[in-house]
Design a protein around this ligand. Sequence first.
Ligand SMILES: Nc1ncnc2c1ncn2[C@@H]1O[C@H](COP(=O)(O)OP(=O)(O)OP(=O)(O)O)[C@@H](O)[C@H]1O
Length: 690
Amino acid sequence: MKTDRDYETDRLTNCLARIDSNLGAIGARLSDYQRDIQAAHDHMWEARRDMDHIDKVGMRQSIDQMMRSSDVLRAQARKLEKLRKSPYFGRFDFCRDDGSDTAAYYIGIHDFRDEETQEPWVFDWRAPVSALFYDYETGPAQYNAPSGTIPGEIHLKRQFRIRDSAMDFMLDVSVNIVDDLLQEELARASDEGMKNIVATIQRDQNAIIRDAEAHTLIIQGVAGSGKTSIALHRIAFLLYRYKDTLTSSDILIISPNRVFADYIGNVLPELGEETVPEIGMEVLAAQVLGNQTRFQTFFEQTALLLETDDEAMKERIRAKATPGFMRQIEAYAQHLEKTSFQPEDIAIRKRPLPGFVFGNTWERLKHLNTAERIVATGNSVIEQFEAQYNFELRKEERAVIRKAARGMVNRTTLRKAYKEFFDWIERPELLKPTGGKLEYADVFPLIYLKMLTEGIENPYSEVKHLLVDEMQDYTPAQYAVLARLFKCRKTILGDATQSVNPYSASTAEGIETVLKGAWRVTLNKSYRSTWQIMQFALQIAPNPDLVAMERHGPEPDLQVVATAGEATRRIVDAVKEFRASDHTSLAVLAKTQPQAKRLHKQLTQAGVKARLLEEGSVGFSTGIVICTPHLAKGLEFDCVVIPDASASVFATEMDRNLLYVACTRAMHRLSLISVGAPSPFLPAGQYADA
Ligand SMILES: Nc1ncnc2c1ncn2[C@@H]1O[C@H](COP(=O)(O)OP(=O)(O)OP(=O)(O)O)[C@@H](O)[C@H]1O
């Protein structure tokens, strides 16, 4: 008798055969197109003297059309090649309440419908019906189809792992088994970049991925809760749902650095979508300011905070990160607006042109940026004057009016206005006089002031969906600027406890006050780290709501040593242990960049080949890396070593956050070394003394 396994093996074989046959048909059509395109080119060349312009245009259009069709076919072939390796990962049998027969739905990364028979072999995981797979176990279930809600019952739910066209295993699903699969996924060693999670998306995650209602969605999620993964799957979902109006180039990701951008760059192509454009806040600021203003970067600001315990600097950053500060900028902009124009009476051809005509016109054209507004005011006053006296002005008379309008504008430079703002609020000490280079904390308030007073050319008006990761690191002023630049839909995600600069950190609630009408969701389950690592990290930054994944591994170990030399030897031991394991990535996370640099030198001398990540580094890689928690934010590694977790290194609240971020980068193994007494933030315990 045929077992379920036999049935599924046969189906897989048949499905692969159909994919091959469809690939063959596409190949044949592509060859036909190629031949026809070549023939058309040859014909155009041979008959070039006999063809008139219209013939040539017609011929070129037909060649272009064939090339476009070939591109579509090639994209289809790429999808099928991908499906060939692993056509589906799940199945459910659903019987609709309307009495139709039970149908088996197989879920994979893409749809696959046989060209010849039109039989649907695989449903895309983003199709409306596929939501059933993620949202229900067996029993009553319903999904939202374009035609309305479809109720019914799921009779069977099955998971597969198909690799290289062969079935590794299949499992009929009960709640626990889903967990088993998830456990297996999470226990794997890290990959070259972030991986897709389509086969094991959890219910609460699915709700966020498939949400198409929220204009602005804020995801507050604990470390390792899958925020970044979900945000990328959400993009893939939106690209599928709105395929006629949304393409990957309509989306923009604001990410913390190039290494992170590269790390997440895999996911969308793995899901069969194009990579999405990505920029950092600094690039965005430079573009909006027209590359004319030099400023400190966020990384430099954080580094300086760590290296110099400068109270005045902290106060400057803190004051500019409040919603109140933004209100002050808005009030100041209004004040500037009121005094921006001094109307005067003039006369043209002995006829009076009163100042209020200029004043009212200037007021009416508020929506334009300053340069446009000056020109438009002059032009409009000319029109009004001509209409009133019913004659046309001469060229030089028009020039007089334009010049007068220009002269009535109270001009000041943006930088000067920004400087005077601090006098106006009677806090001149909040602006540090630096030789032309602005502090990072001033960059977005300055842009905001520019937007409110001069207006800007918006380079991002075409973006249709904005994704902001690591939301906790951006201030209300940054959100105010983003809100004005991006009127489109937004997905904003982060974790308030992972701020690398507590003096300018934002919470989801704080962001909501700037991005009005946003929806907020919270994710409390953490997937990345083992239970033991998470419990350890929770003692550094307690969070009673965090639910750790029940995946067990070795306890984090903290070794207390007496000298820096001994610490280096322990790191070398950890590296040896890593090399002997089947883990693929290890990060040594020093608190500051100079410490990381020194360590890199010491480890190189000790024969350890490691990559040092710095502010401008590009490209994520596995193997051994040395960097800071700031740069490691958002990334994950099989093993993490914290080379000096002593009280002298991790002492302040800012350090506590960094230590938490560092520990929560570890998936399987966490080792800490302390030169002297361990940081008070670490769990008290029996530590191995040197
Ligand atoms: N449903 C899931 N199935 C399999 N793996 C998952 C799932 N959800 C999350 N993960 C894994 O958990 C890890 C953490 O995910 P991700 O980096 O997206 O979390 P995050 O919330 O952005 O983390 P952090 O804020 O700490 O940087 C990744 O390895 C991801 O693949």
